[in-house]
Design a protein around this ligand. Structure first.
Ligand code: CA
Length: 416
């Protein structure tokens, strides 16, 4: 018999009792605190903590502050104990919360009546480039199919250090950036608003316990440091990027805004959807190799709604399994030189493109640098994103009669 909650949860809800993702929310008349999503509600963890129900997790007060960093730092055994306590509390068979209307009144909030915030104070943010098909498509545009992949790509998970201060929660408006660009036919650059604003469909994982400076995390221990996963949109200004990126990589084309979904889905919730990582050729160096390296079967979609459209239209579909490098490999590589990660750091996947046209994870690939505009209803078309467009990314794992969903990360573009 499948685990069931006394809270009504629709079969296509992102948040059944099998999920219980963590987020930071602010009720209308209160301060920001931690909660888990269940159906259309949020269970307020600061209330349970106050009443002593989470004493087995930690003696400290960690759920009443405005971030999950302290909880992320507690580590997997504490995360598992918390999950067991919460699943028990929410289970259809347990009357402790179900039959206590006063406590229920106090402990539940409607998601529609709160404001979601960033789940953590993100100290550092790194963006990988781990989809083979994305790297191959972009490389083909720049250097032709023979030299599409750089020589290092299959040997190490390529990444750059991004900027944490401009990471925003889903729903935040995205202001079209200004910058320096150089039109192909011009002899000198011009200044103005970006004319080729793009999205990148990504996921990102939060670091749990960190590692001290100088002490790498081996790939066999990488999982102990991974708290959970969110959806991410790495908004990108392609014209600014083209002119600025050599030789040091992305800078102002990427750091004006990066959006993430508010609910962090834990590795425990993703466990039933775990898959073996595909064999890698060439075999990675020993520090990137572990027995049974893994990925997850997460379906991902991007939807676009222009100002004229009545409802969003799905413009591409992909899967988390399209990532060549695993999250364990990304973490092991990131720390192999002794680089220290800290609780709440965010490590993103890079654009997750698959092998088909429909599974390309950004406008750059979908329109092939604007050559084949995306056709939309009512004769609208897009080479790049325009002001008034809303781009949403959603993702879920399909279980037997339930979904472990991520909710969405969404942002509407406004003119600068
Ligand atoms: Ca990216």
């Amino acid at each position: 018999m499948a685990l069931r909650s006394f809270i009504d949860v629709a079969p296509d809800s992102a948040f059944p009792i099998q999920n219980l993702p963590y987020g930071i929310f602010k009720p209308r008349d209160g301060t920001a605190r931690a909660g888990v999503a269940i159906g259309e509600l949020i269970l307020d963890l600061s209330v349970l903590e106050e009443l002593g129900h989470l004493r087995d997790v930690t003696e400290q007060q960690i759920f009443s502050g405005g971030s999950l960093n302290a909880f992320m730092a507690t580590g997997r055994p504490a995360w598992k104990r918390t999950r067991a306590i919460l699943q028990n509390f929410l289970s259809a068979d347990n009357g402790a919360l179900r039959d206590n209307s006063e406590l229920r009144e106090h402990a539940f909030h409607k998601q529609s009546e709160v404001t979601m915030q960033l789940p953590a104070c993100i100290g550092d943010y790194t963006d990988f480039y781990s989809s083979y098909h994305h790297a191959h498509n972009v490389g083909t545009m720049l250097r032709g199919p023979e030299n599409a992949l750089m020589p290092n790509w299959k040997w190490l998970p390529v990444a750059y250090h991004g900027r944490a201060s401009s990471i925003v929660v889903s729903g935040t408006e995205v202001k079209r950036p200004h910058g320096q660009t150089k039109p192909a036919d011009a002899s000198a650059p011009v200044f103005g608003s970006s004319k080729s604003l793009d999205f990148e469909l990504e996921t990102a994982f939060f670091i749990g316990p960190g590692n001290p400076l100088g002490q790498p995390v081996s790939i066999d221990h990488a999982e102990e440091h991974i708290f959970g996963i969110v959806l991410m949109n790495d908004w990108s200004a392609r014209d600014i990027q083209t002119w600025e990126y050599q030789p040091l990589g992305p800078f102002l084309a990427k750091n004006f805004c990066t959006s993430i979904s508010p609910w962090v889905v834990t590795l425990e919730a993703l466990e039933p959807f775990r898959k073996n990582l595909s064999a890698q050729d060439p075999a990675p160096l020993p520090y990137l190799k572990r027995a049974n390296d893994f990925t997850f079967n997460i379906q991902l979609e991007a939807r676009l709604q222009t100002a004229r459209m009545r409802e969003p239209q799905t413009i591409m579909r992909t899967n988390f399994q399209n990532l060549y490098w695993s999250i364990a490999q990304q973490l092991a590589h990131h720390t192999v030189n002794g680089c220290n990660l800290q609780p709440g750091d965010l490590l993103a996947s890079g654009t997750i493109s698959g092998p088909t046209r429909e599974s390309r994870g950004c406008m750059l690939e979908l329109t092939w640098r604007g050559q084949n505009p995306l056709k939309l209803p009512d004769a609208e078309a897009r080479k790049w994103l325009e002001d008034g467009d809303t781009l949403s990314i959603t993702g879920w794992c399909q279980g037997e009669g339930y979904r472990v969903g991520f909710g969405e990360v969404s942002g509407r573009i406004v003119g600068a």
